[in-house]
Design a protein. Sequence first.
Length: 221
Amino acid sequence: MTPTPTATLVARDWAEIQERMLVPLYEAVYDRLEVGPGDRVLGLDCGAGLSLLLAAGRGARVTGVEPRPALRALARERVLEVLSAAPEPVARPYDVLTAFAPEPAALATALAGVRRGGAVVLADWGPAERCTVPGAPAAADLDGLAAGAGLRPDGSGRVFCPFGYADLESAVRGLLSTGLYEVSDPAQAEKELAEELHPFERADGSVWLPNIFRYVIARTE
């Protein structure tokens, strides 16, 4: 399927504006797991692949899964191996599976490729009172998701991930690329979101949205 111009544009906004806002989360997880040379990392819903690039920069061998064609194409432009669906189990299973926006069905399929005792990282938004992004979803039950998947808990953490933008236009474009908002009328969506962001504008025109994200680490049995 060929991405529509709109899908490609939104994917570019994600890759060029929004994706880097989650770097503190990615780095905290990789630090906690001491990801490095010899590790094999599988990233679910990897978007344009920034999380994989960070792991690869630590020496890990990375593979991504991204079902959205426009984002998958951008990740492949970064010379990453990115599949449209979780791969079949391989001879040498993955050491780390990351799901920074976990979907139960995709998680269940991918778990078959993680070695026994391997790490599974689930992450999502933190408590609503600690997130200032307009329309941010309620915190997911990551512990329940891990338990339901038959995983053994092995720690958790919270990470400060402020969303900072040079100006209001960048903030609107970046946030619309997240998929958090219903966009039947793009012009109206941009107008409404801009109005909600005005309280977060600074004197220099930048926009600052403090947020907390939470992650859970679990192990396969």
